[in-house]
Write a protein that binds this ligand. Structure first.
Ligand code: ARG
Length: 465
């Protein structure tokens, strides 16, 4: 029956609408494993502190194990009428072992329960992401080592700037991903306080041992303030902020793959496995996976904003608003996991066209800075003046439609008579790249050293090539 006063346009009764807006089981069923884990730790503690008898605790624990098995086998029937994962589990426990099931919820509330479950979930996701990012780093380092001396144009403003090595370019992403991993590790560190035992908001009068449950669940210690514990979602927000930055990094690499694999650049070719065809244009090889990785940044950063706005202005302590914390996290971390895996796959399979890169590095006067530096180093000309002279030489090459290295010595000398034939050595793009040996510079020797350092570090994370 719809409400007679305002229900004209509703097909469902108020109770049904209430159930629909109130229930979280459709998404929070994902927390089943963590929910059971936390309940088992809780009941073990209740027995150890004499709050429930050992016999009751054993029965409850056995029942929880059975529920776990049912869930693992995909046989558990989730019910929306039971609202969320916590009540679904408790209700099933009651069916399995009778009234003793009611003792499990002693000295706890769904408020500390959900905070605990969700922290456990996010902690596991961070561990998985760290491994996935390390795998992408390894793919990039492997590519860097192989292409330590492959010269390509380096860009600023997407205009050819100076010759660089492709290996150096790959290692730039390895550094970004290292910061991403560092940020996730920091989030995991701050996440390591256990909310369980904060109960609804005020703690409990039962003589619980919070250190025991914290330790059993792999946290370093219990949270210090019960109000904070049940109303805090910083751990989810921080992880989403970190995920947003990481996704932004992936989007930049994705964009470069889109550019490099375009016929206009022709620097690289995606494997068949990571290309798609067009339904109308037979010649097309589209970088769909890279484009989707690039796009997923939107939903990941959006998830961060969504949760930030859910939390904004909430008075202490728990409010039902906070049930809206899970979907953005699930969606964003799923998207990031998929994105990073797709990226590792694409990088691993990417065929590099070193010739095309080398040729492009020789065009667009990429070695103009080297020419200016040569004038400074060999003729003692101040850099600003050298820059001006080089500009005139570039203009001449442009008017003759040739590269700097194809100019005649006499032509260069018409601009600056003191230039000698030795200048041609620095006009070659690979010489240019080789000369940039300053710390952090693009020279192949640097790239090899850095790539080896990274391989050692990744081996410590348990990865090998
Ligand atoms: N399903 C709820 C959530 O996700 C669990 C906590 C409910 N607590 C409450 N007092 N209604 O936040």
């Amino acid at each position: 029956m719809t409400n007679t006063m305002w229900g004209g346009r509703f097909a469902a009764s108020p109770a049904e609408i209430m159930e629909e807006i109130n229930a979280s089981i459709d998404f929070d069923k994902r927390l089943w494993r963590h929910d059971i884990l936390a309940s088992k730790a809780h009941v073990t503690m209740l027995a150890a502190t004499g709050i429930v008898t050992k016999k009751d605790a054993r029965e409850i624990s056995k029942g929880l194990d059975q529920i776990l098995a049912e869930m693992e086998a995909g046989k558990f029937k989730f019910s929306r009428a039971l609202e969320d994962i916590h009540l679904n589990v408790e209700s099933r426990l009651h069916k399995l072992i009778g009234p003793v099931a009611g003792k499990l919820h002693t000295a706890r509330s769904r408020n500390d329960q959900v905070a605990t479950d969700f922290k456990l979930y996010v902690r596991d996701e961070i561990a998985g992401l760290d491994a996935a990012f390390a795998a992408l780093q390894l793919a990039l380092v492997t590519m860097a080592l192989e292409h330590a001396a492959t010269v390509m144009p380096g860009f600023t403003h997407l205009q050819t700037a100076q010759p660089i090595t492709f290996g150096h370019h790959c290692l730039a992403y390895v550094e970004m991903l290292a910061r991403d991993r560092g940020r996730f590790a920091d989030a995991a560190k701050r996440l390591s306080e256990c909310p369980l035992g904060s109960a609804a908001l005020a703690g409990t009068s039962f003589p619980i041992d919070r250190n025991m449950t914290a330790k059993a669940l792999g946290f370093t210690k219990p949270t210090a303030n019960s109000l904070d514990a049940v109303s805090d979602r910083d751990f989810a927000l921080e992880t989403l902020a970190d995920a947003s930055i990481a996704a932004m990094h992936l989007s930049r690499l994705a964009e470069e793959i889109v550019l490099w694999t375009s016929p206009q650049f022709g620097f690289a070719r995606l494997s068949d496995g990571f290309s798609t065809g067009s339904s109308i244009m037979p010649q097309k090889r589209n970088p769909d996976a890279a484009e989707l990785v690039r796009a997923k940044t939107g939903r990941i950063a959006g998830a961060f904003q969504a949760l930030l706005m859910v939390m904004k202005g909430l008075p202490l302590a728990y409010a039902k608003d906070m049930q809206e914390d899970k979907e953005p996290v699930f969606d964003a971390l799923d998207a990031l996991k998929l994105g990073v895996a797709a990226m590792a796959g694409m990088v691993g399979d990417l065929e590099i066209n070193a010739d095309a890169m080398r040729q492009a590095a020789g065009r667009e006067y990429a070695t103009a800075t080297d020419l200016a530096d040569w004038l400074v180093q060999n003729l003692g000309i101040p850099f600003r003046e050298a820059h001006h002279i080089t500009g005139q030489i570039v203009a001449m090459a442009e008017s003759k439609d040739c590269d700097l290295k194809n100019l005649k010595l006499s032509e260069i000398q018409a601009v600056e008579p003191r230039v000698t034939k030795h200048v041609f050595a620095v006009l070659d793009p690979s010489q240019s790249a080789k000369s940039r040996k300053s710390q952090g510079g693009t020279a192949p020797t640097n790239v090899r050293r850095e790539a080896r350092r990274w391989i050692k570090r990744l081996e410590k994370d348990g990865l090998s090539r």
